[in-house]
Design a protein around this ligand. Structure first.
Ligand code: ZN
Length: 338
């Protein structure tokens, strides 16, 4: 299964050259109405191979599995579906589970924990059923017993001892794949095979994104990365999520890495984060991430006030303003690191 002669591909973003082949599989456009716990179980049942030499463990928390090599090495956790309308992470988690339990992707050392995080939002095909799960991984222990908080507390304990944590996401607007992380950690990912990395000042990350799974894992001592793999509906986002995850396993030595291709992502540093202050916000046009702006270019209007680029830069992560609450970011502006 899953052998393909597709070979290397070059996408319009140029730098991204995958280094593992896998064939396209028919997938639902999203995972609405699907029990992710049953989905992961069926992946294991259909791929498990007693000769793979791995221990496969279904964790007490649903939609969470650990595959262990039995050889000392890094503990890696990979989350998909923190936002329920982002199918790429769910796809990658299920594919990785199948590849590892079948032995098709050989696990030389360490362990990989694979989890579909917000099962409820995935089932309903929405970003969040109430609060944004990726803002409540803070250090206070939630006593609320509703699904969202109970699940978040359980997931916190799953990543408590991770050495490396990946959180797989996608974007509402078209985008090249990128890693989003603290500026101080940018050199950790300088050779990842991905077109861009986007960094935020460490203080801004701590202030505005302290409740992400990435920030939580960082505070527990892990190297942790939020990976944006492209637009939600773009089928390439699923390929990116899988390939980038495998690239991390290779570079950390968990899987054979003789064929690993080093990348050299372009590094952009965020210098402005525009937060929603009014319902009367309009982008001048639908922007895509990494679109270039020249100084003075009009980005949009808010309460009739013109919003312009203060200098030559790139726009990153433009959102759907009508879907965001007050205080949420609507776009970033970033410059290339010299
Ligand atoms: Zn997301």
């Amino acid at each position: 299964m899953r052998k393909s002669p597709q070979g290397q591909q070059q996408n319009p973003d140029g730098a991204f050259t995958p280094n593992i082949d896998f064939p396209p599989r028919p997938e639902p456009t999203n995972y609405c109405g699907i029990s992710t716990d049953s989905l992961m179980r069926s992946v294991v049942d259909s791929t498990i191979n007693s000769h793979a030499g791995v221990e496969v463990e279904r964790l007490p928390e649903p939609s969470a599995w650990r595959v262990s090599s039995g050889v000392p090495g890094p503990s890696v956790s990979i989350f998909g579906g923190v936002h329920g309308n982002e199918p790429c992470g769910i796809h990658a988690v299920c594919e990785l589970l199948g590849l590892l339990v079948s032995g098709e992707l050989k696990l030389d050392c360490g362990s990989v924990l694979l989890c579909i995080a917000n099962e409820q939002a995935v089932f309903h095909g929405v970003r969040a059923t109430s609060l944004n799960m990726n803002r409540i991984f803070d250090d206070t222990r939630h006593v609320d017993t509703s699904y969202l908080f109970r699940r978040t507390e359980a997931l916190k304990s799953l990543i408590e001892h991770s050495d490396i944590h990946l959180d797989l996401h996608s974007t509402s607007q078209p985008s090249s794949p990128f890693i989003f992380l603290e500026h101080g950690h940018r050199l950790e990912v300088a050779d990842v095979n991905i077109p861009f990395i986007v960094t935020l000042d460490d203080a801004d990350m701590a202030k505005d994104f302290s409740g992400t799974t990435q920030s939580y894992a960082r505070r527990r001592g892990a190297k942790a990365y939020t990976i944006e793999n492209g637009q939600h509906e773009d089928p390439r986002s699923r390929e990116h999520a899988l390939r980038i995850s495998i690239d991390f396993l290779k570079r950390e030595g968990l899987t054979p890495n003789g064929d690993r291709q080093h990348g050299s992502p372009r590094a952009l540093r965020q210098f402005l984060m525009h937060k929603k202050q009014s319902e009367a916000f309009h982008f001048r046009k639908p922007f895509r991430s990494f679109e270039r702006l020249s100084r003075g270019d009009i980005i949009g209007t808010e309460e009739g006030r013109l919003l312009t680029a203060p200098e030559d830069c790139f726009i990153v992560l433009p959102t759907m303003p009508d879907r965001e609450p007050f205080g949420a970011y609507l776009y970033f502006l970033a410059k290339e690191e010299i």
